[in-house]
Design a protein around this ligand. Structure first.
Ligand code: FCB
Length: 442
């Protein structure tokens, strides 16, 4: 069996380093009859949006199987579980808490507590209630305030059982994929939408953070951003400049307002109609201090200059995972180093990292050595980053188990546990066993 290993002097082998597994509500829960519809239900019901025409109606049936799933998490020996709350499950349309929905999460959180597993709770992992979308969704400034109201109420109800709250997961994906190029829910397309949605998401983050800090001052409160580091296709000045533009557009657009209270300067190069509407005081709300910073990393992207579009992305070179993303762990190193240099950061948690692989279940086993290798490479990078002086306090594998991979449906498997969607049987893959082994050998 291929093992995961770290050098004996690694800070990641001390008990103060947190290892976890991550999931998100829409991707695993199912149980859609007991919650309000969300934008992903609608998106899945729209023809040709999801590669296998699937939806989240059942997913991993975690809504019914949560007790077994927590036993599974416990069996992996992890310190923490990162889950998300489904906003449409815990809030009624009238803005009141849905008691049954809240109880579902309280049961989970209580069980985690009994098992001494820290709960890292994300409040928004993309499942916006459909009725809010019908009012403009993240293009409507009001949604930021509704999000803060939800954050206020849910944190009062469950905060005593939560170790860490993240406001948003990957606002880049919500804004750009969801409102600019439309490959994610709600599927809006237009350059004039992306940055407006992004601003309202970030404003929502800031407003929600105020609620979390008020209601749960002892929790680690912060945000989770994703980064795809940008590399220039050549040494040509125009390519380097285009790549810098792409980095500001996709990555720094989300980090800079949070840590510096300002958007990247390229905001002045965007046509007026594509810019967000920023009210006085917004940037102060967005840039309040965070207790931790969650970073999701999977891959890098390579760009060259383009006359019309500023930049164009090249096809990722090999080696690639099953979802087509290049395996390039050096980019994680470059990312951590550069973020550490540019910003004054709170402690970092790698809140997602992992790979989709073409897994085969054979005789009740999955020998996903390619995924073990992916984890080995990336854990080594994290270890070296810590040694170089960057404060990283935890690492979460994406994902606990195979699940609904958004526009890819169930075709792409990211789990360290295999899910048979016919029987809902879970089988720990070689990567899950290796992860367990690494953690238990500390
Ligand atoms: C991230 C998402 C997560 C999962 C992984 C593969 O962008 O946060 O839900 O889909 O990608």
């Amino acid at each position: 069996m291929r093992k995961l290993s770290l050098p004996a002097d690694s800070k990641m082998l001390t008990s103060s380093f947190t290892y976890g597994v991550a999931t998100a509500s829409f991707q695993i829960e199912g149980g859609i009859d007991s919650r309000l519809p969300c934008i992903w239900d609608t998106f899945c019901a729209t023809p040709n949006k999801i590669v296998d025409n699937s939806n989240g109606a059942i997913a991993c049936d975690h809504f019914n199987l949560w007790e077994d799933d927590i036993n599974l998490i416990e069996s992996l020996g992890v310190d923490a579980y990162r889950l998300s709350i489904s906003w449409p499950r815990v809030m009624h349309k009238n803005g009141e808490l849905n008691k049954e929905g809240v109880q579902f999460y309280l049961n989970i959180l209580e069980r985690l507590e009994q098992k001494n597993i820290k709960a890292f709770v994300t409040l928004y992992h993309w499942d916006l209630p459909q009725h809010i979308e019908d009012n403009g969704g993240w293009l409507n400034r009001e949604t930021a305030f509704l999000f803060a109201e939800y954050a206020d109420k849910i944190s009062k109800a469950i905060g005593h059982k939560v170790h860490s709250f993240a406001t948003l997961n990957e606002p880049f994906c919500s804004a750009y994929l969801g409102y600019e190029i439309g490959i994610h829910a709600p599927g809006k397309v237009g350059k004039e939408f992306g940055k407006k949605a992004a601003h309202h998401l970030l404003l929502g983050h800031g407003l929600a953070l105020q609620m979390l800090n008020k209601n749960c001052p002892d929790a680690l409160n912060g945000i989770v951003l994703n980064f795809t580091p940008c590399y220039s296709a050549s040494e040509k000045e125009e390519d380097i400049e285009a790549t810098k533009f792409a980095d500001d557009y996709f990555n720094q657009w989300y980090a800079k307002p949070i840590f510096d209270g300002a958007y990247p300067d390229i905001i002045n190069q965007l046509p007026e109609e594509n810019r967000p509407e920023i009210f006085p005081g917004d940037m102060e709300i967005i840039s309040q201090p965070n207790d931790f910073f969650g970073i999701n990393f999977y891959t890098r992207a390579i760009y060259k200059a383009d006359k019309e579009e500023h930049f164009v992305q090249l096809d990722p070179p090999a080696p690639r995972t099953d979802i087509g993303w290049e395996i390039y762990p050096q980019a994680l190193n470059q990312l951590l180093t550069s973020l550490h240099e540019i910003y004054e950061l709170p402690p970092i948690y790698i809140t997602e990292n992992g790979a989709a692989m073409n897994d085969q279940l054979e005789d009740g086993e999955v020998h996903d050595i390619d995924r073990v290798n992916y984890y080995q490479q990336h854990l080594s990078v994290v270890d070296n980053a810590i040694k170089s002086g960057i404060k990283i306090d935890g690492y979460f594998a994406w994902s606990l188990m195979d699940n609904f991979e958004w526009a890819e449906g169930y075709l792409k498997r990211f789990g360290i546990v295999h899910v048979d969607y016919e029987t809902q049987k879970r089988t720990i893959k070689a990567s899950g066993l290796a992860y367990k082994n690494l953690i238990s050998n500390r």
